[in-house]
Every structure is written in structure tokens, then in C-alpha cells.
Design a protein around this ligand. Sequence first.
Ligand code: TMP
Length: 239
Amino acid sequence: MEKLALRYEGKAKKVYDTDQSEYFWVAYKDDATAFNGEKKGQIADKGEVNNLLSALFFEELEKSGIPTHYVRLISNRDMLVRRLEMIPLEVVVRNIVAGSLSKRLGVEEGYVLSQPVVELYYKDDALGDPLVNESHVSAMGWASAVVVQEVQALGLKINELLKKILVKAGIDLIDFKLEFGIVDGKVYLGDEISPDTCRYWDIETREKLDKDRFRRDLGRVEEAYQEVFRRVKEALAHS
Ligand code: TMP
């Protein structure tokens, strides 16, 4: 597989064309941003953790029948993925109140929701990814009503599968963000599943093991990323 022209550079990943038009080469970076790019930094070896951890999760999801863009690892920092027509939405699933939901509803972080909440955000940096609902998505033509239903259902199914893996790693899945795309009319999970895109709390100590350590200057950022990867790898090895 050959890496060709840089197609797109995001805040955490670079996407390259390959010699096969149906695949992209994704290179994970150590760069970290928060608050829509206002805060910038680096997290040493984040690229490796996010690539390898995402690969583990994608493999597990595929085993449970969730179509993902993941094809195979190329290196510790690089992944081969199926090229998707991306749906311009961030699908957030929440089990416990944290982050923007805590602020929006005035509910303290840690409040346990009686059922998972699914939210849709329109992916647009210039607008700061505004919260939208199903009718906005259909009316704006960002996705059909059927596809919006499907990504929300997939989000809930993925939540159950991830929670089951993470609990074995002693981690509570607080919330996470997914992105989806379409090939030949079929919906696939894209992007990544990592400490950048999820909130993970230690089940016992409630210590934060995710990007909130960077966002909130809590220290031990690299250690948290490594810790999650180590625990998930071990949990899957024993399952
Ligand atoms: P929020 O509480 O800031 O809305 O974040 C909800 C979840 O989505 C959290 O696990 C972090 C993740 N997330 C991203 O992956 N990218 C983003 O740009 C934002 C704002 C959140």
C-alpha cells in the first residue's frame, strides 16, 4: 500500500490518498487541541495510543456486526481505512453527565442518567459544532431521516459494546463522540475511538483518564492515555 498526496489535515490526524481509490491512509498525530482549537499542545505518543486503541475497539465492534471504516494497521501510528462519504455530524452518547451537558443543564458532573442520551452536533468548526436535532439534519439535507435514525441506533449499540469492554478494564464510560460515513448506501463508523473522543473515569477512584486532563490542565496526561491503552489491551487479552 502506497501513501500518496495529503488529502486532508485535521487537528489530530492526517488523511492521505493511497494507490487504491477506495482506501485512505490515516496518520495519527500527537497534536492536541481543545475549545475548538483555542488551546493547543502536544501529548507525547498520543498518536500511537489513539491509533492502536482505536484499532482494538474497531476490531471488537466489527466482531459484533458494527460496520467500521477500519481495514488494518499499517504501523503504530498509521491505519488503513475505507474511504467514506462523511456525514457532517458528531454523534455524542452520554451515560453520565459531564462537560457541555453539565453546563447546558446546570447538572453537576457525575450525575448518572437514567438512560443513555444521544445528541447530534453539526460538524462545522466556524460555528463551533452547534447542537442540532433530527429535524435540522433532515431539513438541511445533511443526512436522510433513515440514516439519522440508524446512526443514533448504532451509537446506542456501540455504547453497550464499549461499556462491556471498558468495565473489564476498570473504566466507566462517561460519554463519547462518533462520526459516521456512507459507502454504496451502507453506513459505517469512521473517525476514531480514543481518550481524545471519550470520557473515561476509573471505576473505583473516579480519576479522569482522558483528554479532560489536557483540557483542564490536570497533569499526568500522557500517563492517562497509556494507562487506558494498557488496561483495555489486557482486558481484551483475557476475554
Ligand atoms: P462535550 O461534553 O464537550 O460535549 O463532549 C462530549 C464528548 O464528546 C466527550 O467524550 C468528548 C467528545 N468530544 C470530541 O470528541 N470532540 C469535540 O470536539 C468535543 C467538543 C467533544
